[in-house]
Design a protein around this ligand. Structure first.
Ligand SMILES: Cc1cc2nc3c(=O)[nH]c(=O)nc-3n(C[C@H](O)[C@H](O)[C@H](O)COP(=O)(O)OP(=O)(O)OC[C@H]3O[C@@H](n4cnc5c(N)ncnc54)[C@H](O)[C@@H]3O)c2cc1C
Length: 318
C-alpha cells in the first residue's frame, strides 16, 4: 500500500527548491515515481510536482548549441527539428525508449534521473546492497539483464537511453538548489557503485535539474544511436549504443554498466582513422575489452559487438 504523502504543485523553480529536503520527492512525468511509490522503494512525506512550473518545457537553440528544459518530453525530443537535425542520436534514443504513450508524458529530466530497473532493487522482498543490505542478489542470481562491466559491487545497468546520447555529445547539466546554480558535465554527474552504492548521481537533496545544454557539434560531425531489445516493440534494451564521429570520436554503451559506459579502447581505434567496415569491426571488438560478464549474460558480448559496429557504420553514413 502507498503511504500517505502531501502534494505540492510548484509555481516556480525557486518555489520547488524551497520545498525540497531529504523527505520530499520531485515528480515530473511521474512514470518512474509512481512505480517507485507502488513498489515501496520510496515513501516521501511530500511529492513536489514540477510540471506546473512554466517555461521548463522548451528547446532553445543558440550559437553555442541547444538548451533543453527538463520538462521537454521524450516525444518532443524525438520530433524537434533542431534536435533531429544536429543531434540525431539524441532524437533516436528518446524516440526508441518505452512506448508512445509513455514518451508523451516522460520528461528528459525524469529519464536522466530515473532509478535502476534491477528486479532485486525494485522488489520489496530483497534488501540488496543498494538499499542498505550487504548483498547484490544479481551477482549469483538471475542476472540475464545485468551489467557486463563494473559489476563487482552492484550489477545494475544504467537505465536512461537519453543519457547515453548526452554523454556522447558532451552535454552539461544545470542544477539549481538553495545555494544557487551549478553546472556539471553529465559524464561526471553519474556515480559508480564503488564510489557510493546507494546513489546513482550527484544531485543534491535540495536541487532540481533545470537545464540540459548540448554543445553545437563541430562542422562535419556525424552521429547515430542504435538499440537492440529482446522484442521489437516497447522493450528495454539488451544493448544500446551512441556514436559521435567528430574531432574526438565518442562510443558510449547503455545497458552495459551502472553508468553510461565510455568504450575508450573503441574510441582510440577510431581516432584519426577512416571509418570503414574494417575499423568499425576492430573498434567493436575493442569496445568489449575489460568486460566481466555474469553467469547468464555472456550472450550480451556478441550483441554489443554487433551493435557497436553497426552504430559506427550508421554514423559514418549519416
Ligand atoms: C514499460 C516501460 C518501458 C521503458 N523503456 C525505457 C527505455 O527503453 N529506455 C529508457 O530510457 N527509459 C525507459 N523507460 C523509463 C521511462 O522513460 C522513465 O521512467 C521516464 O523517462 C521518467 O520520466 P518522468 O518525467 O516520468 O520522471 P519521473 O517519474 O517524474 O521522475 C523520475 C526521477 O527523476 C526525478 N526528477 C524528475 N525531474 C527532475 C528534475 N527536473 N529535477 C530533479 N529531479 C527530477 C524524480 O524525483 C524521480 O526520482 C520505460 C518505462 C516503462 C514503464
Amino acid at each position: 500500500m502507498i503511504a500517505k504523502f502531501q502534494w505540492q504543485d510548484a509555481k516556480s523553480v525557486q518555489d520547488a527548491v524551497d520545498h525540497l529536503n531529504g523527505k520530499t520527492l520531485v515528480k515530473a512525468g511521474g512514470i518512474d515515481v509512481i512505480d517507485r511509490l507502488k513498489e515501496g522503494i520510496d515513501s516521501p512525506a511530500k511529492l513536489v510536482n514540477i510540471r506546473t512550473i512554466p517555461g521548463l518545457d522548451q528547446v532553445r537553440e543558440d550559437a553555442s548549441g541547444i538548451n533543453i528544459g527538463p520538462l521537454v518530453t521524450l516525444a518532443q525530443l524525438d520530433t524537434h527539428s533542431a534536435v533531429r537535425g544536429s543531434y540525431p542520436a539524441l532524437s533516436d534514443a528518446a524516440g526508441h525508449a518505452a512506448t508512445p504513450h509513455i514518451r508523451n508524458v516522460a520528461t528528459i529530466g525524469g529519464n536522466i534521473l530515473q532509478r535502476p530497473r534491477c528486479w532485486y532493487f525494485r522488489n520489496e522482498q530483497f534488501h540488496c546492497r543498494k538499499k542498505g543490505g550487504t548483498r547484490c542478489f544479481a551477482q549469483d542470481g538471475e542476472n540475464d539483464y545485468h551489467a557486463i562491466f563494473d559489476n563487482r559491487t552492484c550489477a545494475i545497468v544504467h537505465p536512461s537511453a537519453v543519457s547515453v546520447a548526452l554523454v556522447a555529445y558532451g552535454a552539461t547539466l544545470e542544477l539549481t538548489g538553495k545555494r544557487g546554480k551549478r553546472e556539471v558535465a553529465i559524464e561526471q554527474f553519474f556515480v559508480k557503485p564503488d564510489e557510493d552504492v546507494h546513489r546513482e548521481n550527484r544531485l543534491g537533496e535540495d536541487e532540481l535539474l533545470t537545464a540540459i545544454r548540448v554543445p553545437k557539434p563541430a562542422a562535419g560531425t556525424k552521429s547515430a544511436y542504435m538499440k537492440l531489445g529482446e522484442k521489437e516493440s516497447f522493450d528495454w534494451p539488451l544493448a544500446e549504443v551512441a556514436v559521435v564521429l567528430g574531432p574526438k570520436p565518442a562510443v558510449i554503451l547503455g545497458a552495459a554498466a551502472p553508468v553510461p559506459w565510455r568504450a575508450q579502447s573503441a574510441e582510440r581505434v577510431l581516432a584519426g582513422n577512416p571509418i570503414n567496415e574494417e575499423t568499425a569491426r576492430a573498434a567493436a571488438k575493442a569496445a568489449l575489452q575489460g568486460a566481466s560478464p555474469l553467469a547468464n549474460n555472456f550472450y550480451k558480448l556478441p550483441i554489443f559487438e554487433a551493435v557497436v559496429r553497426r552504430t559506427i557504420l550508421a554514423a559514418a553514413q549519416a
